[in-house]
Write a protein that binds this ligand. Sequence first.
Ligand code: 4AD
Ligand code: MG
Length: 435
Amino acid sequence: MNTSLPHVYIRDIGQHTGKEVLLKGWLYARRSSGKLHFLQLRDGTGIIQCVMFVKDVPEETFKLADHITQESSIMVSGMVREDKRSPLGFELGVTGLEVVQMAAPDYPIAPKEHGVAFLMENRHLWLRSSRQLAIMNVRAEIISAVRDYFNGKGFLPVDAPVFTPAACEGTSTLFEVDYFDDKAYLTQSGQLYMEAAAMAFGKVYCFGPTFRAEKSKTRRHLTEFWMVEPEMAYCDLSQDMDVAEDFIEYIVSRVLKNRAAELKALERDTAPLERVKKPFPRITYDEAIALLQKDGNPAKWGDDFGGDEETVISKNFDRPVMINRYPAACKAFYMKKDPANPKLALCVDVIAPEGYGEIIGGGQREDDLETLRAKIQENKLPEQAFGWYLDLRKYGSVPHAGFGLGIERTVSWICGLHHVRETIPFARMMDKIWP
Ligand code: 4AD
Ligand code: MG
């Protein structure tokens, strides 16, 4: 085989029509019929059908192709041809083949239906499937869109620490780790640090992994997930919601524009995504309770919402819905109380349409020193761990607000996936830390 041919990635194959190229990848599937072998080659950027005719290649090459095992690493040379019937639009007329490594014959993931539990145990291999290729590309698009959005709007990216001395989102979901002669916690959210950064730099965001010792085995919960958290000085709840809706509209439009092929591969109905346009409905918690009760849900004032309630509420709207002003008692200690009704917090949860649940939580922060100190005591949080956080209210405190968007729930919604475990390369859940 002529290995000096230009090495081309399948993604770019359309630029080489009528030319002979070299592809390097793995055998995804194979089908043979006497004089022909159809080799499905994947290289991480796509899958292409390589057609090998008995008379186009040396006899031993044709014989070799008959014995290649699934997932063997191979290099194939051939002529790029247009092929309107294939999903890619091109195929390769094979001129040569070289096996880099013949894979062991017992590759566990056969091209048939497997249960998800089995596939999750083989996640290191399952990632090679065309479905996972599509999901990871949508995830990557969302991540670039997140960075492009905030960088383009004058937000400074500020990285938050992963080891933290105290809780941000309640003490019941903390992962404790030994920290020399002391203990520390894996971060639940970078928010408190972003508040410090917002007072330094105005508009900021962090984007990184966050951790929750969630004892809930639901389709929406991971113990390790990625969150993007913008924070803005001189910002109130209403302006915070403006940013959240503009940001979500942008992310969805980017995926629709750049990842249409992936959404198609995932059989995602894109009509509901096309409808994700500003303005999003904004309802109060009180209105949400009324919607639930109208639907026969037993929710009563004061209850926090779980996945079931969020699903019922989302069914009333054709785009994300922004539920604001929850009872302060349901929400974290740092939320500012509504001056119009101190039982309420100036907060917002954005619920994705089609029953995908809460994708954003955020709101305006308590900016008064004494009120915040009282809240810390009320929540029995160690005051000395929050000394630096209280300082932010001592030295030039201003109204400020922000939010956190969970990447995995967003990927799950946009891709139309039932469970968040497929949205992250290696999911961490209560009962899962392998592979
Ligand atoms: O609502 P949460 O807990 O809000 C915060 O952490 C705030 N400190 C954010 C802020 O204002 N800067 O989490 C925000 C989002 C949720 O809406 C959800 O999308 C995601 O993070 N999330 C999870 N995703 C997967 N698994 C979990 N266990 C999650 N917990 C929260
Ligand atoms: Mg929340």
